[in-house]
Design a protein around this ligand. Structure first.
Ligand code: PMP
Length: 778
C-alpha cells in the first residue's frame, strides 16, 4: 500500500499558514486523526465565539485530482438534493481544489470543507435505537440522492470496495497473525463466496460513501439524548462506485461492534434505511454477508498496514472490537442465519392498534382457539424468532411449520419469483413438479417412488386413506390412541384425540384404537415393550376378522407428537408392519410433524424403527409455511388408485408450491439442518435431562434432534399428570419470551419443537428459563 508512504506530514502551524494564504482565514489548526491524508480542524481566531467550523484537508500524495474533484462534487450534489452534508469552501481564487505551493513540500492537494456541527457517533456513549434508526435513514437519503450522481474517477479499483472484498481477504489473510481470527475469517469468506457472490451481478450499483463508520458519522449535539439526530457524514475519501447496499452494510458493520444485541442494531438500521430508500430482495439477502465481509476486510487491511506503520494507532482503531465481535457474529446463532432480512414491516404496516379479541370472537368461529393466557399479536418472524406488535422478540420453540426458519429468504425468494412468473396446476407440463417429486422421493427409500401433491396434512391423510382403500378394498383401520390426523370428517373419525375428546362422538365401528407405545406411562416399559405393544395390533386384527371384515391398514405418526412427543420403543413398527401386511393391510406413516430431519438422526422418524411404510404422509414443514401436503407411495398402490377416476387438486402441486418445496429441500441440504438439529439436540437434551435431577415434577424427558417432550407429573410413583402446572409453565415461559406448548392425552407434556435454526444458545436459554420457572412452582 504505497498510499501510506505518501501521507502528508504538515505541522499545525503550517496548516494555519495555508488557511491564511489560500483561503484568507485566520485560524488555529488542530490535527485530526486520519488514515492516509491529513485533516486539520480550523478554529477561527478573533471570532466572537472561537468555535471550530472548518476542516482543512491535505490529500495524500497518491490521491489524484480527479478523485478529489469527485468527492467535492458528491458533497455538493448531496447538499443540492437537500441532504445534510459538508460543503466545500473555495480558495480566494475560486478553486475547489488547490495545489500546495512548493514551500509546503508541494504536490499535495488541499480542500477546505465546512464543519458539521456536533460530535462523532463514536463519542456518543449510548447509541440509542432512535439514533441508529436515524443513521439508517440518513444513509438511505444519501444513497437515494447519489443514484443521480456519477463521476468517472469513482469507477476505480479500490481496496475498500466490497466488490473486491473476497479477493482482498484471500490475498491478505495470511498476514492475520491470530490463528483463531484467521479461521473465523476463512469460514465467513467461504460462506460469502458461496451464498452472496452469486448474487453480486444482480445488485444495484451507484456511488456510495463507503465508510460510514462511527468516526465518520456526525451526531447533532442539539437537544436531549433521545432527540439526537445524525447531522451528516464526513470523510468522503472512500467514495466509490459499488454495490449500493454496501453503504448500509458498512455502517452496520461498525454499529454492531461490541453491541450486545447485533440483531436489534441490524433491524433498526435497516428499518431506518428502508424508510428513506427501499432495499431490494437481493440486497437484503446479501446484507449480512457484506456486513461480515467488511469486518473481515478491515482486519486484513489493518494487518497489512500495521506492518508498514506499527505505531499508528488510527490504523487499528476498530480492530480490538472486531476481534471481540467477529467470532460471536460468526459462531452459533450466526448473524448470517439470524439477520432479519426481507421482512421488516414499514412503520405504516405495523398494526396501529392491537387486534381486539372480542371482535375476533364475533367474526371468527368461537372454537378457533388462541394460544396462551395472554394471547400474542405476532407481526413478523425471522428464523427461530417471532416478533410481536411492540417489537418484542420471542424464541419460537414450538412451531415446526417454518422448518428452515420463519421467512427464510431463499424460500421467500423462490415463491416470489415463481408467483411473478406463473402459478398454475398439474394439468400442464412443468419442470418444477417433476423436479420436486424427484427430489422428494430421493429422500425416501425404495419402493416409495410415486408422489401426489395436495395442500395440507389433512388432505394428504385423506388421500392416503383413499389410496389404502383403493389398494385393499377394505375400510377397517387401526389407529393409535390419542392420535390426530386431521380436520376433515373422515380424519376426525380416525383421530381418538378428537373423537374421544370434548365434542367427540367416539370411534365409528371401522376404527380400532390400540394403545400408544409409551414406555413412560404405558403398560409396557421393558426391553420387549416394542413387541408387546405390537401385540395389541394383532389383537385388533383378530377383532376385525371376528366381524367378518378385512383390514385396510394401520396409520400412526412415526413419533407420536400429538400423543405426547413419544419415541417408539425399538422393534415396535417392524412387528406392527409385519402383522398388518400379513393381514393384507397397508402401513401408513404420518410424518406431518416429524419429516425432514426433525429427530436429527434421520430424515424421517420411521427410519430408526427399521421399516419402510407403504404410504408416507407429509404436511407442515415441507413448504416452510407455504401450504403443501404430499403423499408418497409405491407404484403398486398408485396403480390400484388409478381406477379410471382422475385425481386432481386445484392447488396441489401448483408451480409456486413446487418452488417453495424445492427451496426448502435446498436449504435443508445447504445448511445441513438435520446434522445441525442432531448436534444442537444432543446438547439441549443434556440440559433438559439435568432438569429432571433438579425438579421432581419432571417425570420424563424424551426426544432427540429438535423434537422433545418434557412430561410433568405430580408424583413419580403414581405418575399423576401435572396438567395445570404444565399449562402454567407454558404461560410463564411465554411471559419470559419463549414459546412452547403442551400435548399428550393428559395435556401434561411440554412440547418443544422449534424451527430447525434453533441453536445451542437458544437451547441454553430455554433450559435455564425453564429451570427458573419450574423452581417457581415449588
Ligand atoms: N397429521 C398430524 C400428525 C398432524 O399433527 C396434523 C396437524 N396438527 C395433521 C395431520 C393435519 O395437518 P393440517 O392441519 O395441515 O391439515
Amino acid at each position: 500500500m504505497a498510499l501510506l508512504q505518501q501521507t502528508p506530514r504538515l505541522s499545525a502551524s503550517e496548516a494555519s499558514e495555508i488557511a491564511r494564504e489560500l483561503y484568507a482565514i485566520d485560524a488555529t489548526a488542530l490535527p485530526l486523526p486520519s488514515e492516509r491524508d491529513q485533516n486539520f480542524l480550523l478554529m477561527q481566531v478573533g471570532a466572537e465565539l472561537a468555535r471550530p467550523w472548518l476542516v482543512l484537508k491535505i490529500a495524500n500524495g497518491a490521491d489524484d485530482r480527479a478523485l478529489l474533484e469527485a468527492q467535492a462534487a458528491a458533497a455538493e450534489h448531496l447538499a443540492a438534493q437537500g441532504v445534510a452534508s459538508i460543503r466545500i469552501v473555495p480558495t480566494i481564487s475560486g478553486a475547489v481544489i488547490a495545489e500546495l505551493p512548493p514551500r509546503w513540500r508541494g504536490g499535495h492537494l488541499v480542500r477546505l470543507a465546512t464543519w458539521l456541527h456536533g460530535v462523532t457517533m463514536a463519542s456518543v456513549p449510548h447509541q440509542t435505537p432512535e439514533l441508529l434508526e436515524d443513521l439508517g435513514r440518513h444513509l438511505g437519503e444519501v444513497d437515494r440522492a447519489l443514484t443521480t450522481f456519477d463521476h468517472p474517477a469513482l469507477h476505480r479499483d479500490f481496496y475498500w470496495d466490497l466488490a473486491n472484498g473476497v479477493a482482498l481477504v484471500r490475498r491478505n489473510l495470511s498476514l492475520v497473525e491470530d490463528p483463531e481470527l484467521r479461521g473465523v475469517i476463512e469460514r465467513i469468506v467461504a460462506r460469502v463466496e458461496k451464498d452472496d457472490v452469486p448474487r453480486f451481478a444482480r445488485l444495484r450499483r451507484s456511488v456510495i460513501h463507503n465508510d460510514a463508520n462511527d468516526h465518520n458519522v456526525v451526531v447533532s449535539a442539539d437537544g436531549d439524548l433521545p432527540h439526537q439526530r445524525v447531522a451528516g457524514l464526513i470523510d468522503f475519501g472512500d467514495l466509490v462506485y459499488s454495490f449500493t447496499v454496501a453503504d448500509l452494510a458498512i455502517a452496520i458493520a461498525y454499529a454492531v461492534l461490541d453491541n450486545p444485541d447485533p440483531l436489534e442494531v441490524v433491524e433498526t438500521m435497516v428499518r431506518g434505511y428502508q424508510g428513506a430508500y427501499p432495499l431490494r430482495e437481493d440486497e437484503l439477502a446479501v446484507l449480512s454477508g457484506l456486513i461480515l465481509l467488511r469486518l473481515c476486510v478491515s482486519v486484513c487491511v489493518a494487518a497489512e498496514q500495521q506492518r508498514q506503520r506499527p505505531d499508528d494507532k488510527y490504523l487499528s482503531v476498530s480492530q480490538d472490537a472486531i476481534r471481540r465481535t467477529l467470532p460471536k457474529l460468526e459462531g452459533v446463532g450466526s448473524l448470517l442465519q439470524n439477520l432479519p432480512m426481507g421482512n421488516l414491516p414499514k412503520r405504516s404496516q405495523i398494526l396501529q392498534k392491537a387486534p381486539d379479541p372480542i371482535e375476533r370472537r364475533r367474526l371468527i368461529g368461537p372454537n378457533v382457539r388462541l394460544a396462551y393466557r395472554e394471547p400474542l399479536t405476532i407481526v413478523r418472524g425471522w428464523m427461530q424468532y417471532l416478533y410481536d406488535d411492540k417489537g418484542r422478540r420471542y424464541l419460537d420453540a414450538y412451531n415446526n411449520v417454518p422448518h428452515v426458519g420463519h421467512a427464510h429468504p431463499r424460500v421467500v425468494e423462490a415463491v416470489t419469483e415463481q408467483m411473478r412468473l406463473l402459478n398454475t396446476n398439474t394439468r400442464y407440463l412443468h419442470e418444477s413438479l417433476v423436479r420436486y417429486a424427484e427430489r422428494l422421493t430421493a429422500t425416501l427409500p425404495d419402493p416409495l417412488r410415486v408422489c401426489y401433491f395436495v395442500n395440507s396434512g389433512s388432505e394428504a391423510n385423506e388421500l392416503a386413506l383413499r389410496l389404502a382403500r383403493a389398494h385393499t378394498r377394505q375400510q377397517d383401520l387401526i389407529v393409535l390412541d390419542a392420535a390426530y390426523h386431521g380436520n376433515t370428517t373422515t380424519l376426525v373419525s380416525i383421530s381418538p384425540y378428537k373423537f374421544n375428546g370434548p365434542g367427540g362422538e367416539g370411534a365409528p365401528p371401522w376404527v380400532h384404537v390400540v394403545p400408544i407405545p409409551d414406555i413412560f406411562r404405558g403398560a409396557f416399559k421393558g426391553h420387549d415393550a416394542g413387541t408387546r405393544y405390537a401385540d395389541s395390533v394383532s389383537g385388533a386384527i383378530d377383532g376385525i376378522r371376528a366381524t367378518g371384515r378385512g383390514l385396510c391398514g394401520y396409520i400412526a405418526e412415526s413419533a407420536p407428537s400429538v400423543g405426547g412427543q413419544i419415541i417408539l420403543p425399538p422393534g415396535y413398527l417392524d412387528a406392527v408392519y409385519k402383522v398388518v401386511r400379513a393381514a393384507g393391510g397397508v402401513c401408513v406413516a404420518d410424518e406431518v410433524q416429524t419429516a425432514y430431519g426433525r429427530l436429527g438422526t434421520s430424515a424421517y422418524a420411521f427410519e430408526p424403527q427399521l421399516v419402510v411404510p407403504d404410504i408416507v404422509v407429509f404436511g407442515k414443514p415441507i413448504g416452510n409455511g407455504h401450504p403443501i401436503g404430499a403423499v408418497v407411495t409405491t407404484a403398486a398402490i398408485a396403480a390400484s388408485f388409478d381406477n379410471g377416476m382422475e385425481f386432481f387438486s386445484t392447488f396441489g402441486g401448483n408451480t409456486v408450491s413446487c418452488a417453495a418445496g424445492l427451496a426448502v429441500l435446498d436449504v435443508m441440504e445447504d445448511e445441513h439442518l438435520q446434522a445441525h438439529a442432531h448436534r444442537v439436540g444432543d446438547a439441549f437434551a443434556a440440559r433438559l435431562r439435568a432438569l429432571q435431577d433438579r425438579h421432581a415434577i419432571v417425570g420424563d424427558v424424551r426426544g432427540s434432534g429438535l423434537f422433545f417432550g418434557v412430561e410433568l407429573v405430580k408424583s413419580r410413583e403414581t405418575l399423576e399428570p401435572a396438567a395445570t402446572e404444565a399449562s402454567s409453565v407454558v404461560n410463564r415461559m411465554r411471559d419470559e419470551g419463549i414459546l412452547i406448548g403442551t400435548d399428550g392425552p393428559h395435556a401434561n407434556v411440554l412440547k418443544i419443537r422449534p424451527p430447525m435454526p434453533f441453536n445451542e444458545g437458544d437451547g441454553a436459554l430455554l433450559a435455564d428459563t425453564l429451570d427458573r420457572i419450574l423452581g417457581e412452582l415449588k
